[in-house]
Ligand binder design. Structure first.
Ligand code: ATP
Ligand code: MG
Length: 290
């Protein structure tokens, strides 16, 4: 299958994100299309990753269904009307139009990535003091909620709960914190027996016109989460089954992490594609239907 890196539908385009394209479906609905684009360090690559958009959408659908008892979500339908191009099947869904919260909601159960860098400098992550002597990949005493800004340009910056409260409101923050910790715990406990460790993940919350808060965007996917192989973890190795694989490859290049992106070799594209298909199977127990 040829990857799809851009769509041009006969619907009003609301927003072209790094991965998803949002079209106005009607007043209160959005057609959300996941393309096969991939980004890292906030740079979008020119190469598409075969099956990626469909894997992300199908996995999100899987998790939205499984987590709706914790928090309702934006999914209305994953059936695309026959009037729209057939290549959208599997990669698009019709969702409730919401007002996205102005913060990024991240939960970490393990110390790694920017959290580990923060810890090395300050002994804390987002102002949360942690025990001394922790190493990259260590499990945290308990999962922590680490909000960050949602930069429209440039990189997101970690902020304290206090700062997050000032942006979205005190009650809203307490609600979001409680829900995202529950969602993380659900995902973590679901994945462990499947041989995966959910190290951390990002959620997006949105507000409906009636004031209620729902889960939007994508959920617990290899783009928004860090998954590690449990077997390898038990041997003391961090084997990433997610977008980290691409970041690790990019770290071997002499590239400044700004536009223009380097060309991704076919081997890397194929490896990412196969990794996403593999993790799909590991999570759902079923082969991805291509
Ligand atoms: N139900 C929804 N209602 C309104 N907006 C939504 C909904 N679900 C997701 N979004 C928004 O749609 C966009 C999805 O696009 P994508 O994930 O590609 O963006 P991104 O690269 O993460 O961020 P950016 O939009 O800043 O480029 C995000 O801005 C997200 O907040
Ligand atoms: Mg996004």
């Amino acid at each position: 299958m040829q990857p799809i890196t851009k769509t041009d539908l006969k619907l009003p385009l609301i927003h072209r994100g790094k991965v998803r394209e949002m079209y106005n479906y009607d007043n209160d609905k959005i057609l959300m299309v996941a393309t096969d684009r991939i980004s890292a360090f906030d740079v979008v690559f020119n190469e598409g990753i075969p099956y990626k958009g469909a894997v992300l959408s199908t996995l999100s659908k899987f998790w939205f269904e499984k987590t709706k008892h914790i928090l309702p979500n934006h999914v209305i339908s994953t059936q695309i009307p026959p009037t729209l191009p057939s290549y959208l099947q599997g990669r698009a869904m019709i969702v409730k139009k919401a007002k996205p919260l102005k913060i990024e909601v991240i939960v970490r159960g393990y110390l790694t990535g920017s959290g580990f860098k923060d810890y090395q400098k300050t002994g804390s992550v987002c102002g949360i003091k942690l025990p001394p002597g922790m190493k990259n990949g260590d499990k945290l005493p308990e999962p922590i909620f680490t909000p960050s800004t949602k930069a429209t340009e440039g990189h997101d910056i970690n902020i304290s709960e206090k700062e997050a409260e000032e942006i979205i409101g005190k009650e809203e923050l307490q609600f979001v914190k409680k829900k995202c910790l529950e969602l993380y715990k659900f995902g973590h406990d679901y994945l462990l027996p499947k041989g995966l460790i959910l190290a951390d993940t990002k959620f997006e919350f949105g507000e409906l016109p009636d004031g209620s808060m729902i889960l939007i965007d994508e959920v617990l996917t290899p783009d928004s989460s860090r998954y590690w192989s449990k077997d390898k973890y038990d041997e003391g190795k961090l084997e990433s089954m997610d977008k980290q694989y691409l970041r690790n490859y990019l770290e071997t290049l002499d590239w400044g992490k700004t536009y223009p992106p380097p060309t991704l070799p076919k081997e890397v594209v194929d490896n990412v594609s196969n990794l996403y298909l593999k993790v799909y199977k590991q999570i759902t127990g079923e082969e991805f239907k291509r």
